[in-house]
Design a binder for this molecule. Sequence first.
Ligand code: WT7
Length: 639
Amino acid sequence: MDLQIKSFEEYQRIYQYSVEKPEEFWAEIAEHFYWRRKWNKVLEWNFKEPNIKWFEGARLNITENCLDRHVYKLGDKPAIIWEPNDPNEAHRVLTYKQLLDKVEQFSNVLKNNGIRKGDRVCIYLPMVPELVIAVLACARIGAIHSVVFGGFSAQSIADRINDADCRLVITADGGFRGTKQIALKSIVDDALVQCKSVERVIVLTRTRTPVSMIKGRDVWWEDEIKKVETQGNPPCPAEEMNAEDLLFILYTSGSTGKPKGVVHTCAGYMVYTGYTFTNAFQYQPDEVYFCTADIGWITGHSYIIYGPLSQGATSLMFEGVPNWPDAGRLWDIVEKHKVNILYTAPTAIRSLMAAGDQYVEGKDLSTITKLGTVGEPINEEAWHWYDQKIGKGKAPIVDTWWQTETGGFLISPIAGVTPTVPGYAMLPLPGVQPILVDENGQEIEGNGVSGNLCIKYPWPGMIRTTYGDHERCRQTYFSVYENLYFTGDGCLRDENGYYRITGRVDDVLNVSGHRIGTAEVENAINMHSDVIESAVVGYPHPVKGQGIYAFVIASQHHTDEDLTRQDINQTVSRIIGAIAKPDKIQFVSGLPKTRSGKIMRRILRKIAEGDTSNLGDTTTLLDPAVVDEIKEGAEKLRG
Ligand code: WT7
């Protein structure tokens, strides 16, 4: 069986086969990868514990699949094209051969610094090629990487380092993002005050921001590379890993205050990201593929690094932001590097669309053959703009629905092969069995229906556990509905059987494609000494998709509302990061609570949306009068 599906009929046939004979199907797909030793059993599973094992008995290393196996035929092909933040700085190209060399070199750096198979390594780097090198070097020696997005605060880094007991941190002096410089090393220093497990910090030079190096703990990336060079640059053969050995941990927000470490393992994740990448984008041998995501999120892990590289693709990574020096930057990059496939987020599309068509006009986008979106539902207007202005009406758009926990795309068009409808993720990829259920877990059958989206059968890229707390994994994903993986998303299946994701049904927000838990933001706000209590909800935002709306009960001390708002924002930035700052803060004297003390978020959401015509039954509230006060306050805040 070829990896790429070439017609709708073939899709239907293979989908059917993948459901009827999933183990046979995935074994055939897995044959396209390089194994030191093949598996004994394709799949062992139950969703009760959960216990999920793919390709048991197999031995492999994902970097051999991403690098070594390509070098003979594709050694001089660009693996990574790096476009810097500043368009006047030179871009960089790393061929497959060069990338392998650099990964081996840095693998030896890790080993020289005492890192061994199974150790956890925290990576807090800007979007530079060394980030890819660091990730792959960890994977090569079997160390478990935990990449932390550069927008997170010292506190967030410390929490993640401590949860995973990381021994090493890899960071840089600083990072460039648009006109801003982020002092990454100094943030790491603040974090490490709380982290006993970290023995060493490797610091890459990027911005030449002054840093303080702690004796015995901190070393420079460049010095460590020189040491390996004086050792004669020995090769670093890949560590042979078991199929279910941990590959990485990536933290993501949920309904509680504490982010959880989603765990992915070697074999299944490799097969799944490679298969879904090549299919959804129908990657052709000479195409340049550009994913605008940050490697700090799952999209970067699966679809800048592992998926494209295992398929021998050219993956373009970008250090900067879409609107600097101006809103034409992405289109300049497409023109400069002759990009064929562009994969970005609805929030970026909306903001570039709002900047005006003058930034697109005159740019040569004729190389584009396929487009993708990810992270949140895309509105029809943005979809059509993307289709017309960027794809010139001839590039299929794949609206890929998936999650940190799913490892790769679950519901997505296959470019040019399966149909597309604006706002729809369309049909499940082979091996994926979605079902809709009602509140009681009853399956909702037929078409033209909505419900909570669950998956009833395992796929190779799925989450295995939440690091250090398997029970939390069970409770969050496998106990809401018996024998099903619960996604947390609401979903509609239309008359044609096409899926449309309608948004989260739990207390998780999606702000500019960033996933943020309402409880996390509330905890951060409540740290402010003048705050007694708070409740956070999402509301529709024209560019960000969702904005953050905080209802706050403040103590008597606070007199200047605006000052307190600024203070609260700063507290949230400190505790989580600037991405979680509320867009609106409304001071209230009380919150709508039931007699048992539960906050009625439904009411707050309606008020935040500006729709107060029908707030439903408020008579069960402890103090119904508070609702009118909040309504009035909200109107004042809107002005
Ligand atoms: C949540 C997962 C998966 C990479 C980026 C986000 C929302 C994701 C889509 C889409 C509508 C989408 C869902 C999902 N989401 N893709 N194509 N259409 N919604 O990963 O941070 O794990 O967030 O993002 O609500 O549950 P994440």
